[in-house]
Design a protein around this ligand. Structure first.
Ligand SMILES: *[C@@H]1O[C@H](CO)[C@@H](O)[C@H](O)[C@H]1NC(C)=O
Ligand SMILES: *[C@@H]1O[C@H](CO)[C@@H](O)[C@H](O)[C@H]1NC(C)=O
Ligand SMILES: *[C@@H]1O[C@H](CO)[C@@H](O)[C@H](O)[C@H]1NC(C)=O
Ligand SMILES: *[C@@H]1O[C@H](CO)[C@@H](O)[C@H](O)[C@H]1NC(C)=O
Ligand SMILES: *[C@@H]1O[C@H](CO)[C@@H](O)[C@H](O)[C@H]1NC(C)=O
Ligand SMILES: *[C@@H]1O[C@H](CO)[C@@H](O)[C@H](O)[C@H]1NC(C)=O
Length: 739
């Protein structure tokens, strides 16, 4: 609190030395400290200090539950009038400054963000939202009782003109109109004393309640009833239910989406949040754009489409053309950063984009210039600036991987043409780290050879929908392998089979189980993989005796996410990877590796039939599979999310042995998270709750119903590594509102 405000109070107190004390006449002799208040004679209101920011106070009027309804000197350092003799709090909670000459000054005609019963917003005056629920300073929205009689809402720092308005109540032909609130919560407009219109009909209980109107932090004005008995606030009426309506709710270059009626801000493609946990700060570009690029450099950009969004129109050129032409016209115009397209009209615009929100009109779309040299990142959450640095490092890594893969591909092609049937693995290095050259070509085996290596398919390691896995030994007993014998009904031609296999064989990463070779011999189709001595993640996770420690589980989750990230960056075509604990295998160093990736496509398996759920249980399969929607890499993020929750809790995603509330893991986890009972999730295990909460938040983000809200795998990994803040996730089942 400013020193001047304290001085002001001291001044009032010192001037009031010799007088008597009465309840609602705060006159001479009264003093005020941060621990005392001046109550109104009704006992409902109090005047005094309330905490503002850290270690400081502001002065104002508040209700018994500490709801601040008026703040002194909200925006500026207070100036102390020389002739102030008393500060009086009237029975209605009005604060009156009495001056020496005797005239009263009613602070009540200068409401801040709240109207109390009997209080009015005079013509030409406006109220402002608070900055946040704890900071009563001026926020970013205003409600103005215009002199032309319109009651209008705007963001701050705009002209009072129609394009910026997000709420407007016309005047009924009258001017000099004020906004008034009755004790029963009726909000109405008067010109002079002539009633014009009821905005709310009121009729809310008054006995034991205070009804008030407040312009909330999010920019919507509402009528509330505060129960004086238990001090709970009940929302009675809202100017709108659409929390994305207030213009500027989301900062620049981001747009607002309603998830289960909760507004969520999302950056446009190629942009990241400037400030984690502060959606009004907006998003900035994660790549740089230099001036007007040369023709050749223009290849570095393309346009990304953002469907169903609307923005402030600041266009510098309007064209009438097709959707494709619109996108191209912007790409070719180096002044153009974004283009809005609707019904044949194309509007070119520069940045920043403001007032973005999901449009109610699906024919609206926007195109955004995007650098093709960075990996797309459209995750639904926010990052800090630290991420950008980190991302750049990852980008370099990605470029490295891409260059390497091209080299490897060239090699693969030459090896393919010069292909010789080799009998054994003698040339495959044991070291699975750096030796791309020898390890990359897939070995072709004869059936006899594999039959011999597996001792006539004696030792079974596992059995799945696609086939049975056997243990085998190659190199005269030197190298253990896993041989998967595919089911007979699997009937793909050899060429197709080999093409697919080569794609899989090309994928090489420490967190992927390597495909070493194959056998295609009439009905016998076999795949040879590296041997993983410690079984599957499911074996260790759901086994109460052997379950890994918390730190080990976190490392497993990171390993898996690294594997998936690699797959996402490598795969041109989107393939699903059957990610579930049964397909995560542990090597002799307890490093987690993904097996069977890409096999779904190879085997033309019908994924949707594999785990048909009960009561909306989705298992590991993302909901879009059931909706016949486009499947993207975000489907893998979903599967990973479910598995992450399993890894956190060491239990299966569906477990009917548990109580109804706990049976569906996803629901249980969110309940525990929302009600602050995170500890329940890890049972007796001693883990810092903060750590568990972090992981839980990541898991909940991954299992969001709307794929666009799920983070990318890259972001997931950054979150798992602990380098970025994790925003509060919405409920994963917010699909009810989006259908
Ligand atoms: C407050 O003080 C004024 C003048 O000092 C007096 O007229 C008035 O009756 C007092 N009000 C109450 C409620 O005591
Ligand atoms: C209020 O507006 C009405 C028209 O709606 C007009 O007849 C009346 O004179 C106005 N009263 C005042 C006090 O301005
Ligand atoms: C508006 O109404 C107030 C009374 O509420 C009155 O004092 C003022 O003169 C009026 N102004 C105009 C322009 O009519
Ligand atoms: C507004 O509400 C009050 C109280 O319910 C009622 O008396 C009045 O007629 C209403 N006015 C209009 C214009 O509907
Ligand atoms: C608070 O009290 C009111 C009655 O005064 C009651 O209607 C309301 O349900 C109570 N709320 C809570 C949370 O106890
Ligand atoms: C959020 O960002 C806005 C815009 O940059 C800034 O004015 C505001 O102070 C920030 N709020 C917090 C809580 O940091």
């Amino acid at each position: 609190m400013s020193i001047l405000t304290i001085l002001f109070i001291l001044l009032v107190i010192s001037r009031a030395a010799e007088a008597q004390r009465r309840l609602s006449n705060i006159t001479l002799g009264s003093s005020l400290t941060p621990h005392s208040t001046w109550p109104s004679s009704s006992g409902v209101y109090a005047f005094g200090f309330f905490p503002q920011h850290v270690n400081s106070y502001a002065i104002g009027i508040f209700l018994p539950d500490k709801t601040v309804v008026w703040t002194a000197n909200r925006d500026s350092v207070p100036t102390v009038p020389d002739d102030v003799v008393s500060l009086r709090l009237s029975t209605e909670g009005r604060l009156i400054l009495r001056r020496r000459q005797g005239q009263d000054e009613d602070s009540f005609d200068h409401p801040t963000n709240t109207l109390l019963p009997g209080q009015r917003l005079p013509p030409g005056k406006e109220i402002f939202s608070s900055a946040s629920d704890t900071d009563y300073g001026r926020g970013i929205f205003r409600l103005k009782m215009q002199t032309d009689g319109f009651l209008v809402q705007y963001p701050i720092n705009t002209l009072d003109i129609h394009p910026y308005a997000y709420y407007a109540q016309p005047p009924n032909g009258a001017v000099n109109v004020s906004l008034n609130l009755d004790s029963d919560g009726r909000l109405y407009q008067l010109n002079g004393s002539f009633p014009l219109r009821n905005i709310t009909n009121g009729g809310f209980p008054t006995q034991g309640y205070v009804n008030l109107m407040r312009l909330d932090v999010g920019g919507i004005f509402r009528v509330y009833s505060l129960s004086l008995g238990n001090l709970t606030m009940t929302r009675r009426w809202s100017s709108t239910d659409d929390e994305c309506a207030p213009k500027g709710f989301c900062g620049i270059n981001s747009f607002c989406i309603l998830m289960d009626s909760v507004p969520v801000c999302q950056c446009i493609p190629g942009f990241v949040s400037v400030q984690a946990d502060n959606h009004t700060a907006g998003c900035s570009r994660s790549f740089s754009v230099q001036g007007c690029p040369e023709i050749n450099d223009r290849l570095k950009y393309d346009m990304r489409r953002v469907d169903n969004t609307e923005w402030e129109d600041n266009s510098y050129e309007t064209m009438f053309t097709s959707e494709e032409e619109c996108s191209k016209a912007c790409l070719d115009d180096c002044n153009c950063e974004t283009a809005f397209y609707k019904d044949g009209q194309c509007k070119k615009q520069r940045l920043p984009l403001r007032f973005g929100r999901r449009s109610l009109d699906s024919s609206n779309m926007a195109f955004v210039r995007f650098s093709t040299t960075v990996v797309p990142d459209t995750g639904g959450d926010s990052d800090s600036k630290i991420v950008t640095k980190k991302e750049r490092r990852i980008d370099i890594l990605i470029i490295g991987i891409v260059i390497m893969s091209i080299g490897v591909l060239a090699l693969l092609v030459s090896v393919f043409f010069a292909h010789q049937k080799r009998k054994d693995y003698s040339k495959i290095s044991k070291d699975d780290g750096a030796n791309y050259v020898e390890g990359i070509s897939l070995q072709v085996f004869t059936f006899e050879h594999l039959s011999e290596a597996t001792n006539n398919f004696k030792e079974e390691l596992g059995r799945g929908a696609s086939g049975t896995v056997f243990k085998g030994v190659l190199q005269n007993g030197q190298k253990m392998v896993a041989v998967k014998r595919l089911e007979k009904e699997f009937a793909q031609g050899e060429i197709e089979f080999q093409t697919e296999l080569k794609t899989i064989g090309k994928m090489y990463h420490r967190n992927l189980v390597r495909l070493l070779g194959y056998c295609f011999d009439g009905d016998n189709k076999l795949l040879v993989f590296e041997y993983m001595s410690n079984g599957s993640l499911a074996d260790i996770l759901f086994n109460q005796e052997e379950r890994p420690s918390w730190e080990e589980r976190v490392e497993i989750a990171r390993d898996i996410s690294r594997g998936i990230l690699y797959l996402h960056q490598e795969c041109e075509t989107q393939i699903i990877h059957c990610i579930k604990p049964q397909n995560i295998l542990m090597d002799e160093n307890w490093r987690a590796k993904i097996s069977d990736f890409g096999l779904a496509k190879l085997l033309k398996q019908d994924q949707t039939n594999t785990y048909t759920g009960i009561r909306g249980t989705k298992g590991y399969v993302a909901p879009e599979w059931y909706q016949k929607q486009a499947i993207t890499v975000k489907a893998d993020v979903y599967s990973f999310g479910v598995m992450l929750l399993e890894i956190i809790c060491c239990r299966k995603c569906v477990d009917w042995n548990r109580s109804e509330d706990e049976a569906i893991l996803e629901e249980w986890v969110y309940d525990c998270y929302a009600t602050g009972k995170i500890g329940n999730l890890v049972g007796d295990e001693m883990v810092e709750e903060r750590k568990v909460e972090r992981m839980v938040k990541i898991g909940i983000w991954c299992v969001q119903y709307d794929p666009s809200l799920r983070p990318t795998m890259k972001k997931v990994l950054l979150m798992l590594e602990g380098t970025v803040e994790i925003p509060m996730p919405p409920s994963p089942n917010s699909f009810l509102s989006s259908i």
